[in-house]
Design a protein around this ligand. Sequence first.
Ligand code: MG
Length: 123
Amino acid sequence: MGWCGKSIKKAMNMKFKKRSIRHIQTYVAFRNKRRGFDKETLCQRLVLLSEEVGELMKACRNEIRGNRRNNLRAISEEFVDVINVAVSVGNTLGIDLEEEFLRKMDIIDKRMAMTKKLKLQKT
Ligand SMILES: [Mg+2]
């Protein structure tokens, strides 16, 4: 069984809004399977994620120091590497990232609204 309790083949046949988180998550699962990376363990993916975050930080550090020209391209590519591996970690855990993303944003919005309300009551 693949991510979110569905087989990858079945998930690929589902109608997703193109470029949605769900679409990206399915696409990453499909690519990992095609490249033979679908058996990577959670631990392997977490190590890879920390490596990619390190590469992103290094590219950002180069930007801060003004070390390289066209560094935004390097930063963008490392950003995508981080997203790719982070999504792979989500797939390994069977997390529906789109659903969880929207759920978490809702929690943050409610928290912010509550904070704003409390500040208004104090004034
Ligand atoms: Mg990289």
